[in-house]
Write a protein that binds this ligand. Structure first.
Ligand code: DC
Length: 223
């Protein structure tokens, strides 16, 4: 079990996917699960601060995650593929608010713990090393400077056909950083035993090598 946490738009998912592939582990993008819940509440006009309405909505949400042969994840909300829609700005602008609600976190953390039990898995998120799997064999905390993060998100959204400006991305990232680090339930923070990875000046290949060296060291030591 490898935990990869960190800020939005730092390339965590890319790293987690590649690392899982190299180690023959399963990859789980936990952010996609929070995004799927957000899509559901937006579509159904549910007020996520209304605890009774939200708790009731959660009973009607089933999330399934699959990976294709190339390692690309597909997220299903009640059997419907929502992989593209959950990446758009409508969901991105609200997801950190929905993710701050304790009932949502309990609902998803329980599923993540079940999925990760007894399995070689790389999970990326915000609270994996601190809350979901505090005993992970390796914990990485990924960060990068703001300009690098904006540029990466911009290219990613463009490649997926979304048209947004750099300013919109900056506002979104700043809002999410604030909400994720200041929320009361499971705020984003580096676990004490997590290794800091600032990839601002690293290529994807370099960061993968950095993580692989650490993972191989840990896995060998455990066996
Ligand atoms: O990784 P991402 O940008 O797709 O995550 C979407 C949102 O979900 C993000 O605002 C933070 C939240 N999240 C969380 O609170 N805990 C996780 N384990 C994963 C994501």
């Amino acid at each position: 079990m490898i935990a990869i946490d960190g800020y939005s738009g730092c390339g965590k998912s890319t790293l987690a996917r590649q690392l899982a592939h190299k180690l023959n582990y399963v990859f789980l993008d936990t952010g996609a699960m929070y995004r799927a819940v957000t899509l559901y509440v937006l579509r159904h006009g549910i007020d996520w601060l209304d605890e009774a309405a939200l708790t009731d909505a959660l009973t009607r949400i089933q999330i399934d995650m699959t990976a294709d042969a190339g390692g690309k994840t597909h997220t299903f909300l009640n059997q419907e593929s929502v992989e593209e829609e959950i990446r758009g700005m409508a969901v991105s602008n609200r997801v950190s608010e929905v993710a701050a609600v304790p009932a949502v976190r309990r609902f998803l953390v329980e599923q993540q713990q079940r999925m990760g039990r007894n399995k070689g898995i790389v999970m990326d998120g915000r609270d994996i090393g601190t809350v979901v799997f505090p005993d992970a064999e390796l914990k990485l905390f990924v960060t990068a400077d703001m300009e690098t993060r904006i540029q990466r998100r911009y290219l990613e959204l463009q490649a997926n056909g979304f048209s947004v400006t750099g300013d919109e991305i900056r506002q979104n990232l700043e809002k999410r950083d604030f909400e994720e680090t200041t929320r009361l339930d499971s705020p984003l923070r580096k676990a004490e035993d997590a290794i800091l990875l600032d990839n601002s000046h690293m290529t994807p290949e370099q960061q993968l090598q950095f993580a692989l060296d650490l993972a191989n060291g840990r896995i060998r030591k455990e066996n």
